[in-house]
Design a protein around this ligand. Sequence first.
Ligand SMILES: [Zn+2]
Length: 98
Amino acid sequence: MTASEGHDQCCDQMAYAVADEDLYLLYIPKSREWGIRYRDGISYSQIEYCPWCGAKLPKDLWDEWYARVEQLGIDPIEDHDKIPEAFRGDRWWKEAGL
Ligand SMILES: [Zn+2]
């Protein structure tokens, strides 16, 4: 994925869309995942391609996130409060070069 200027989304339209709270498009920095929200506002359907430029989005990092948090001796669900700051956003996978 090539980053455009000023953001790390695949294209400017995607960057605007994920920043727009009125749109049902969702980006989760922690797991590098994109999705479209259901009307319930909670569930979402993951998307694999950008709806605007057609770029294939990188694979989500949920498995990697769980594995790395568990490696720290933290239960991702039970010990949610102990999860380090880096693992609450995109810093952990950016620093790991994933
Ligand atoms: Zn795009």
